[in-house]
Design a protein around this ligand. Sequence first.
Ligand code: MN
Ligand code: MN
Length: 319
Amino acid sequence: MSNMSKFNQPLGANDMPRFGGLASMMRLPVSSDLTRVDVCFVGVPMDIGASNRAGTRHGPRQIRTESCLIRPYNMGTGAAPFESFQVVDYGDIAVNTFNLHATCDIITDEIDHILACETIPLILGGDHTLTYPVLRSFAKKYGPVALVHVDAHADTSEAMFGEKVAHGTPFRRAVEENLIIPEKTFQIGLRGSGYSPEDYNWGRNKGFEVHTAEMCWHQSLTPLMSEIRHKVGPTPVYLSFDIDSLDPAFAPGTGTVELGGLTTIQGLEVVRGCLGMNLVGGDLVEVSPPYDTTGNTALIGSQLLFEMLCVLPGIKINR
Ligand code: MN
Ligand code: MN
């Protein structure tokens, strides 16, 4: 079957045991050539924007390692991404680990290139700082985009330790630089201790819709996502998924843990609820392997990236 497809297929477990071979994302071919490539997975191995525990520089490599389990067909939704898209693992962006601002410029240049190739990037983080330079690229191509932001934190601080660029500030910068549409920005899963109500109100005052974790507890997020789909309409939308949105019972391997988070089921409902939107890119950030003793945080991250692939416009659904 796989050799008949016009698209790349993940290396099957009958061709190489899942624990063997090179650890590319979903055991896909690695390629820096994006000619006629619809979607690429791309890593951003950085943690120099993190404020508490570090370690997300190891995220992309560990997400790739754990992704070896993922099979090509989505049993839950019927999505068949490898009958729909040409997909490659584009490798990692060569960040400057000694210079955060240089790193941001490197990320923007690389995402500019990917978008110029008409390829949709799905990004393996990396700390959440990376979404700011990524959104700079998307805004150049599409104008300001709609945003679905899943996170325990608002990430709209004015500065951290006096620095305007850090993993707690990307969405403040994105508003100031007109990279996102505030009225079409949806934050889901926010919780924990803060400094003042201003932590969430800054975004609300700009037009963000804030859905705190408490508003999400004990319920399906499918109805919320259908409302969001309706509000976003045909506008290009970017999905930024911070793994710390999930409860630490599920995803402890991250730097800024908060209790009372989303379940993995709710995480799936959010990503699957993006089906039907004009999703133009996404990221999965803040997996920190040194704090991920079982590997399950990276594993969940890899599966959420697969789910993002399964909701991109043009996906074939087999039922
Ligand atoms: Mn974040
Ligand atoms: Mn967070």
